[in-house]
Design a protein around this ligand. Structure first.
Ligand code: C5P
Length: 228
């Protein structure tokens, strides 16, 4: 039984503005995804790291990836949505993985992931019959908005968590779940739709997903301050 990492990196990152997909935006002198790959290729328990790019991706070839030689394979099979990119990536791996192997799906855009975050996930989920994900308990009071921008009501935050990645599930179960429910926004959602209950593993807010321009500055601060 092995662990494999699958990184969907086929998005356009339109919320960031500009023409460069966010996985290639410069972050401390490297493309953003380099930091994600540095962590995942640095986890000894992970057998191999697979990256799913858009078929028309013109950026990957412009960078030096020799730091990850032998630990990384790139697939140009991304789809129109994140779930589609993950499904295409899983199908590409079919002959390389066993049905019971674990697949850790991780957003390229979560570039501040650490080896310790991944270690905690593997330790807490490695024996689990279903699988699980990193997440953080919701700290703020939540409001549901009306269409006019006013508050319709308060949502009780008790028991609510923000889902992050990696999300780890067994290969066969994950592919089957996503094929049945391709409209989900994360892997856990597809597993839940099968009536199963993935395990929540407490992470922290430094594992942020770079989505808006300010997030890039936050990510830079996190990486710089970890190094000191
Ligand atoms: O857009 P969002 O931040 O939700 O994307 C999360 C991850 O999914 C990113 O790493 C992005 O590149 C990836 N993605 C993908 N294929 C898509 C859309 C997003 O691989 N069609």
């Amino acid at each position: 039984m092995k662990y494999h990492a699958l990184i969907p990196a086929a998005g356009g990152g339109t919320r960031m503005g500009g023409g460069t997909p966010k996985q290639y935006l410069p972050l401390t002198g490297r493309p953003l995804i380099w930091h994600t790959l540095k962590t995942l290729t640095g986890v000894a328990a992970i057998d191999h790291v697979h990256v799913v790019l858009a078929p028309e991706d013109e950026f990957w070839g412009g960078y030096d990836w020799s730091d990850f030689k032998g630990r990384l394979t790139v697939w140009h099979c991304g789809g129109a949505t994140r779930a589609e990119s993950v499904i295409h990536g899983l199908r590409a791996l079919q002959s390389l993985v066993a049905g019971d192997d674990w697949v850790l799906v991780h957003d390229a855009a979560r570039c501040c992931l650490t080896v310790e975050h991944v270690g905690k996930l593997l330790a807490e989920v490695g024996d689990d019959p279903v699988g699980g994900l990193l997440a953080v308990p919701v700290a703020d009071t939540l409001k549901r908005a009306q269409t006019d921008g006013r508050v319709a009501g308060t949502v009780a935050r008790e028991g609510l968590w923000q889902a992050q990645t990696p999300q780890m599930f067994r290969y066969r179960m994950l592919l089957e779940a996503l094929e049945r429910m391709p409209e989900v926004t994360d892997e856990a959602g597809a597993i839940e739709a099968m009536g199963l209950h993935p395990k929540l593993v407490a992470a922290d807010m430094t594992n942020l997903k770079v989505t808006w321009p300010l997030d890039l500055q936050l990510a830079e601060w996190i990486l710089a301050n970890r190094r000191q």
